[in-house]
Write a protein that binds this ligand. Structure first.
Ligand SMILES: C[S@@+](CC[C@H](N)C(=O)[O-])C[C@H]1O[C@@H](n2cnc3c(N)ncnc32)[C@H](O)[C@@H]1O
Length: 281
């Protein structure tokens, strides 16, 4: 890894694998770093999806996955695959068309057909692949940090019940969350975001409060991936020290560590305690 580049936050720059014609570079690189946050997030997202369904009284649920990449969370939550399955499926390059032919079969009988997933990512080719393969029901290739959604994009977000993300907050911020919330109309989607500890969620919490939401942080630390190099580790530990976060037993073990933030409209937060949903205290 001689030519590794770092972004402003000290993370290695992975832009080169985010927007390729097929998912092979993405999964083979992240498999080498033991990327696992979607797998660890899955049981918690499952519970939140279940609770949102109970609250609405409807099985049909529209979910927005912010930073969906090649439809990773959709593959797990809607199609019942695991990260190990995805690492196996994309361990070598057969070429985009052959992979797509195979993946249309992989994704043609969803385990949870009532879960409608709209993926949003700046990586146009990743979103395009996930939609063509059938992992996602629909996709939006946009950077909502920079602009409002177009009317067509907003129509896909309208009526959303839930907005989730893994590995994306920091790239996308409260600005994207606000635009998604505004585009959702009257549906008052719940939010569930896995956020690296080096990224503050304060501005998002404030923005959400302005829309009548309560944000809660779920107890528990979730290892996201291993550091790619000693330099990355040093950069990140420096960042954490600046923020006054003690990395002992967490990042100091060599992993990025994420926490789950759940935001719900006040009325939902009052009527159903988060502990009862996620089962931790
Ligand atoms: C580490 S990957 C995580 C992908 C997927 N959620 C997962 O957990 O496997 C980060 C993703 O965020 C996307 N991204 C970066 N900036 C973004 C933005 N402003 N809005 C939406 N997605 C963004 C990248 O293109 C990439 O697909």
């Amino acid at each position: 890894m001689n030519e590794v580049q770092y972004d402003d936050t000290g993370k290695i720059n992975l832009n080169g694998i985010y927007n390729m014609p097929d998912p092979v570079a993405y999964f083979s690189t992240l498999s080498g770093l033991d990327y696992q946050i979607p797998q660890l997030a899955r049981p918690l997202f499952d519970r939140i999806i279940g609770a949102r369904r109970e609250t609405s009284g409807e099985q049909q649920l529209r979910m927005i996955d912010l930073g969906c990449s090649y439809g990773v969370n959709a593959a797990l939550l809607k199609h019942g695959l695991s990260m190990a399955d995805l690492f196996r499926l994309y361990d070598e390059g057969a070429g985009r068309e052959d992979l797509l032919d195979r993946d249309r079969t992989v994704f043609d009988a969803p385990a949870d057909p009532c879960l409608e997933i709209v993926g949003l990512d700046t990586a146009e080719q990743a979103v395009g692949y996930a939609v063509a393969a059938g992992a996602l029901d629909a996709g939006i290739a946009a950077n909502l940090e920079r602009r409002d959604p177009t009317p067509d994009e907003a129509a896909l977000v309208e009526g959303a019940d839930l907005v989730i993300s893994t590995g994306c907050f920091g790239y996308a911020t409260d600005v994207s969350l606000r635009r998604l919330l505004e585009a959702s109309g009257d549906s008052r989607p719940w939010m569930a975001h896995f956020v690296l500890r080096m990224f503050a969620f304060d501005e998002a919490r404030e923005m959400l409060a302005g829309h009548g939401y309560v944000t809660e942080k779920v107890d528990g630390l979730h290892p996201q991936r291993r550091f790619a190099s000693d330099d990355e580790r040093i950069h990140v530990l420096d960042n954490l020290a600046r923020l006054g976060i003690d990395p002992t037993g967490a990042e100091a073990e060599g992993w990025y560590v994420a926490e789950l933030y759940v935001a719900r409209p006040q009325e939902d937060e009052r009527s159903l305690a988060l502990d009862r949903i996620v089962g931790v205290h």
